[in-house]
Ligand binder design. Structure first.
Ligand SMILES: Cc1cc2nc3c(=O)[nH]c(=O)nc-3n(C[C@H](O)[C@H](O)[C@H](O)COP(=O)(O)OP(=O)(O)OC[C@H]3O[C@@H](n4cnc5c(N)ncnc54)[C@H](O)[C@@H]3O)c2cc1C
Ligand code: FES
Length: 233
């Protein structure tokens, strides 16, 4: 059980929750959260948005029953968190280009933060796309070299990748497929898949995803994959 330190509404339906936690956490990993008994049946996967010793932060969108219950929790309440699970984004030392869409920006902040800690001279450019209102943008601006925002349009139309950059993306599958197609094959591209999950630990096959090397479990083999594994390019 973790104790909630804060659970704030940033804009309607978008919440940022911090809980107490200490352990090793990699960018792109996720936790299974629950704050209910039997209904809904399953815990819900939420990515690590930020972490520093003693404080783990999630950024989440209310879309249904589970996230609705999470949004009503107050500081001091308990929430069950299991994890961290999944492989996470690989560590890179080349320049980084990050593309996020909507709540898919959630795992990208910790990714950029860790990248800049390890590569203070490395260049990190961030593209963030939102349908109506932006959120979490100032945090990216405080650590990245460049942040390009699109609200209401199509963020991938702005994306121009440089030859020395590794690209990492998370968001709606259409956005990631479009990044996977548009970026030259010479650039490495990593995508973070967000399929429905049941157990989160590789035990139920609930999250199977077709890849070039056969069926893989998003919760255990992913959620991060090389683009050519999951998209036709
Ligand atoms: C590895 C991983 C990391 C994630 N990280 C985050 C995060 O950081 N922040 C965040 O807000 N959400 C994240 N999600 C999505 C989140 O888990 C779901 O939105 C949540 O489980 C919905 O639960 P619910 O009970 O509120 O809604 P439900 O009642 O279960 O569903 C409501 C609606 O959302 C759809 N939905 C549910 N889960 C998903 C999904 N995984 N992908 C697409 N549509 C879905 C359902 O089909 C339904 O239409 C992540 C998912 C995965 C697999
Ligand atoms: S969610 Fe059970 S195997 Fe992935």
């Amino acid at each position: 059980m973790a104790i909630i330190q804060s659970n704030d509404c940033l804009i309607p339906l978008i919440y940022k929750m911090s809980v107490n936690f200490t352990g090793e956490v990699l960018p792109g990993q996720f936790f299974m959260l629950r704050a209910w008994d039997k209904d809904p049946l399953l815990s819900r996967p939420i990515s690590v948005h930020d972490y520093k010793a003693g404080k783990l932060t999630f950024l989440y969108q209310v879309v249904g029953k589970g996230t609705g219950i999470l949004s009503r929790l107050k500081s001091g309440d308990a929430v069950e968190i299991q994890g961290p699970y999944g492989n996470g984004f690989p560590e890179v030392s080349r320049d980084l280009c990050v593309v996020g869409g909507g709540i898919g920006i959630a795992p990208l902040y910790y990714l950029v933060k860790k990248y800049k800690e390890k590569n203070p001279l490395g260049n990190c450019r961030v593209y963030l796309g939102f349908r109506e209102n932006s959120y979490g943008v100032e945090a990216f601006k405080s650590i990245a070299n460049e942040v390009i925002i699109d609200i209401g349009g199509i963020i991938t139309h702005h994306v121009k990748v440089k030859p020395n950059e590794v690209v990492m993306t998370c968001g709606p599958e259409m956005l990631m497929a479009s990044v996977a197609k548009a970026v030259p094959l010479e650039n490495q591209v990593y995508v973070s898949m967000e399929t429905h999950m049941a157990c989160g630990i590789g035990a139920c096959l609930g999250c199977t995803c077709e890849t070039k090397s056969g069926n893989r479990k998003v919760c255990k083999d992913g959620p991060v994959f090389l683009r050519e594994e999951v998209f036709y390019v």
